[in-house]
Design a protein around this ligand. Structure first.
Ligand SMILES: [Zn+2]
Ligand SMILES: [Zn+2]
Length: 393
């Protein structure tokens, strides 16, 4: 099928893609609780005559089109967020306090559209296409594992040559895309630390070890990591998000707790950041106190494979024109698609979907999308898959 035919097919099924998205939007489900969404996805894929596996990575769904090799994977995420929707739209969330405020409803709907085009394509290139409808991108389960991580651990990516995905961007002009090679999102590690002193009367600080004073020195050292310890050409973030300690004006407490997040692209910098946090906390020991720290290791950085990103850009040039492909600065946000790109060279593109002049950021009660871009996302995913199959064959 020529690119134009794929674009025409996406236009033909646009109303269905929008209807699926609105249905998912009205019935959002939190991570690893995507039971209804997974059921509808599985039913829709089964109706297309596809082989469908449910319960992959807890609530994920996987479908296979074609057989043999090469194997190209396409991923969408299905989870919503614990946010109370503030939009007044006919498809508003029917679950108070839960909202598709990151656009994963649209990712799921577009991948269903891709499935329909590929499943019914008369001259589909030989090879296997694996569709991954993953649970829980936004958070992790009790064991600290996210949806993509669970699917990868269960072998869903075994044998996959390339994996691709898209993410809508509510702040990017509708119809523009970003598909750069290299880092797209950061590695995310969090930490919880306790600075331990010795409580005493506020009038006699010399009789204890003041953990609030220790914390003040530690904070300085933590904030100095980026400036004084990390190679300046490498991006890194150290953010302290919480600090708690003390209960009365005239009492020196026993301890102060702090927590924060560490962001980086390079795996060596990622490791160094954790070492440097330990070193900074060590200031508490130098001054007579103590500390303990626990690191919560999150997802790696999404590194777009140069070749796959190039294929995506070539396809996008034909679908929307070179003038609509824009360059970007990578984000220090996180995205668990990285567990998949760590297994198979792949890439994610960002699809601009700004709806109107209202500010509708991701993870915000006013988040919403321009639905007219869904056909673009569907076309680019479909044609990129076909090209990757052809060149690997
Ligand atoms: Zn999100
Ligand atoms: Zn997201």
């Amino acid at each position: 099928m020529a690119v134009q035919e794929i674009v025409n097919r996406a236009e033909e099924i646009e109303a269905d893609i929008i209807a699926w998205r609105r249905d998912f939007h009205a019935h959002p489900e939190l991570g690893f609780q995507e039971f209804r969404t997974a059921r509808i996805v599985a039913e829709t894929l089964t109706e297309l005559g596809l082989e469908v596996v449910t319960g992959v990575g807890k609530t994920g769904v996987m479908a296979v089109i074609g057989e043999g090799t090469p194997v190209i994977g396409i991923r969408a995420d299905m989870d919503a967020l614990p946010i109370m929707e503030a939009n007044e739209v006919e498809y508003v969330s029917q679950s108070p306090g839960v909202m598709h405020a990151c656009g994963h409803d649209s990712h799921t709907a577009m991948l269903l559209g891709v499935a329909r085009i590929l499943a019914t394509m008369p001259d589909r290139p030989p090879g296997q296409i694996r569709l991954f409808f993953q649970p829980c991108e936004e958070t992790t389960d009790a064991e600290g594992k996210s949806g993509a991580q669970r699917m990868v651990e269960e072998g869903a990516l075994d044998g996959v040559d390339h994996v691709i995905a898209l993410h809508v961007a509510s702040d990017l002009p509708a119809g523009k895309i970003i598909a750069n090679a290299g880092p797209l999102t950061a590695a995310v590690d969090d930490f919880n630390a306790t600075i331990i002193g010795k409580g005493c009367h506020g009038a006699h600080p010399d009789e204890g070890i003041d953990p609030i004073y220790l914390a003040a020195q530690v904070l300085n050292a933590l904030h100095g990591i980026r400036a004084r310890r990390i190679n300046p050409i490498h991006p890194a973030v150290v953010t302290i998000g919480t600090i708690h300690g003390g209960a009365a004006r005239n009492v020196i407490p026993d301890e102060v707790t702090i927590s924060g997040t560490l962001r980086s692209y390079d795996p060596r910098i990622r490791e160094q950041l954790r070492d440097e946090v330990e070193r900074a906390l060590g200031v508490a020991r130098a001054l007579g106190g103590d500390y303990n720290v626990e690191f919560i290791i999150g997802c790696p950085s999404v590194l777009n494979d140069a070749h796959v990103a190039e294929v995506m850009r070539a396809v996008a040039t034909e679908v929307i024109g070179a003038e609509n492909i824009i360059d970007h600065e990578p984000s220090m946000g996180g995205e668990d698609f990285s567990y998949m790109t760590n297994r198979a060279p792949g890439a994610m593109f960002l699809l601009g979907a700004k709806r109107d002049s209202v500010d509708r950021p991701h993870h915000n009660p006013l988040f919403d999308l321009d639905e007219s871009v869904f056909k673009i996302g569907t076309s680019i995913l479909t044609e990129t898959t076909c090209r990757l199959l052809k060149e690997k064959a």
